[in-house]
Unconditional design. Structure first.
Length: 576
């Protein structure tokens, strides 16, 4: 039997074994590097997700908390239910400056292109480089803008839903409505007055109705805008007032602003000329003086005449009438028809300072206008009532009030003698403020006659609106400036009411510093500019307000016409 002999196994050379080990080590190192790269990549993803999560958390919680102050507000409507202010859904665009990933200057340029009304590239760069954790870029942004900004792809820019205050009528009745702060609180107008009520969950469900009629507001705004442009005036103001309730049917202040874009407006646009600015309103005060003289018993006969044949000298002061005015003795009605300063001053001299002041105080000329708005100007009341003070204030010089003061006073002159505070809230039938009596019904009836005669025969003829029986008085006064008067500027006003046989509405139009035109022969007085505004406005809105034109009707002035001068071919100066 043959024995089996074991043979030695052949082993690979040492060099081959070393190469294999090296390859294994290299594979291990590569594997390790790959694992580290994957871990780093995973860490980067986690970091990015984490940052996005933090931003999302802020925009979902902290941003919502910041927007919580912009609570939904109740709507505001006009007296007929037309929307004036509504709350709708909108967006907020904000940024975390410390978290920005992209180039700040490049991003600022892109944002400025998308939001030019917000600021330029420098402004946005300043916002993006702030050392803060959060700042707003745009409040109340549209969905379209949000989409455009979002497309920039910067995760540090965040968005949140919020409410937006929308004014559907644009600039219409802007000063009556007012506007909101960025935090959603009323800053002016009725938005400020009604702030608590509009934010209260218990009351904001039903819209708040103002006294404003958007149709009437649009008509007088357009007429005043037209006149302001035609006569190159600095500003204009106007009021349509319910003579029996004090409701403000329209309130105009020009230049105006758009409450949807209030940030683009300056102080001149934001100022409410009708309630904040005080003016010497000239001859529109003369009917008040006549009413005071009659009501206090100083003048008992409409036939009584006053010397207007020459200027009136009192001490070192001279009162005179305009060139072309009749230089003769004038009765009460003629004093208003011809707008005589001299005859009015003589009447006021009989009335005396005490009775004149008493009437002015009854009409509220010594206090801010009585209306809900906070934007109200204090009248300029004479500190010392000398004899000349009584005479000059009788024709509207030396005392300054707002156009709203004048409108409320004229309401009392024609409505039977009761002064009522003005209001921007709609008044339900039978709920008007009680008011206070300032003149008797008999005196008020006389004033209606004389105001109508001014439009029929006097300086107010261009304020007539056929069929509406308009009565009113023009007033032109030099603009008061520090230390005196600017003779190159005047304030032109026409205060009127209609229909004079049963007055329902007062209309006041005022132009600040109008200029004469070729069509007016260079005249820049109220008879040529303010009066036509009122006439056209009444023609446009009379029927809307329930007053139908009727040229077969008029107030009876038959007991006054025999007292009027009947000189053939006599001309009335359309100047005061």
């Amino acid at each position: 039997m043959t024995a089996l002999v074991a043979r030695p196994v052949a082993r690979p050379p040492a060099s081959r074994r070393a190469g294999s080990q090296q390859r294994q080590q290299m594979a291990a190192v590569s594997h390790m590097r790959l694992m580290m790269l994957m871990l780093l990549f995973a860490a980067g993803v986690v970091l990015i997700i984490g940052r996005l999560g933090v931003l999302a958390l802020f925009s979902g919680a902290e941003a919502r908390a910041a927007v919580a102050t912009l609570a939904s507000r109740g709507d505001i409507v006009d007296r007929n239910g037309a929307p004036l202010a509504r709350t709708i859904d909108a967006w907020t665009i904000a940024v975390h400056p410390r978290e920005l990933m992209g180039d700040r200057m490049d991003l600022a340029a892109k944002l400025a292109a998308l939001m030019p009304d917000r600021g330029d590239q420098a402004w946005f760069y300043g916002q993006l480089t702030k050392d803060v954790s959060f700042t707003y870029l745009q409040r109340r942004a549209s969905p379209a803008l949000v989409e455009q900004v979002n497309a920039l792809g910067e995760p540090a820019i965040v968005f949140a839903r919020e409410t937006q205050r929308l004014y559907p009528q644009g600039a219409l009745a802007a000063h009556a409505l007012g506007f909101l702060s960025p935090e959603g609180h009323g800053m002016s107008g009725m938005e400020r007055v009604l702030d608590e009520r509009l934010l209260d969950p218990a009351t904001r469900g039903a819209p708040v109705a103002l006294s404003i009629d958007t149709r009437v507001q649009a008509a007088i705004e357009s007429e005043l805008s037209r006149a302001m442009a035609t006569f190159s005036a600095r500003g204009a103001g106007g009021v349509v007032l319910d003579a029996n309730t004090g409701e403000v049917i329209a309130m105009v202040s020009l230049p105006t602003f758009n409450p949807n874009r209030v940030g683009m407006s300056g102080p001149d646009e934001l100022r409410n000329i009708t309630t904040q600015s005080v003016f010497e309103l000239g001859s529109t005060f003369k009917p008040i003086t006549m009413a005071t003289a009659m009501d206090t018993g100083v003048v008992t006969s409409m036939a009584r005449r006053f010397d207007a044949t020459h200027p009136l000298k009192v001490g070192g002061f001279t009162i005179h009438d305009e060139r072309g005015d009749p230089k003769r003795w004038l009765n009460m009605a003629e004093t208003l028809i011809y707008s005589s300063n001299v005859a009015t001053a003589r009447v006021a001299d009989l009335v005396g300072p005490q009775r004149m002041q008493t009437m002015f105080r009854k009409l509220g000329f010594d206090t801010k206008p009585d209306i809900e708005l906070r934007e109200k100007g204090r009248p300029l009341w004479p500190t010392y009532w000398a004899r000349t003070t009584t005479m000059t204030t009788a024709y509207g010089h030396g005392i300054a009030v707002t156009p709203l003061h004048l409108a409320s006073a004229y309401a009392a002159l024609v409505n039977g003698g009761v002064w009522r505070p003005a209001t921007l809230m709609k008044v339900e039938p039978g709920r008007a403020a009680e008011g206070r009596r300032v003149i008797t019904e008999g005196t008020s009836a006389r004033m209606r006659q004389m105001l109508r005669l001014i439009v029929l025969r006097g300086t107010g003829r261009k304020g007539e609106a056929p069929g509406y029986r308009v009565g009113g008085k023009t007033g032109t006064a030099e603009a008061a400036v520090a230390g005196g008067y600017d003779r190159s500027r005047n304030v032109a006003t026409f205060a009127a009411a209609f229909p004079m046989d049963a007055p329902r509405y007062v209309v006041v139009a005022m132009l600040d510093s109008p200029q004469g035109t070729k069509e007016t022969g260079g005249w820049k007085t109220a008879a040529w500019n303010a009066a036509p505004v009122v006439g056209r406005t009444i023609s446009r809105v009379g029927a809307m307000l329930g007053v139908m034109p009727d040229e077969s009707r008029d107030i009876d002035v038959s007991d006054l016409t025999p007292l009027l001068w009947q000189e053939p071919g006599a001309k009335t100066v359309a100047g005061h």
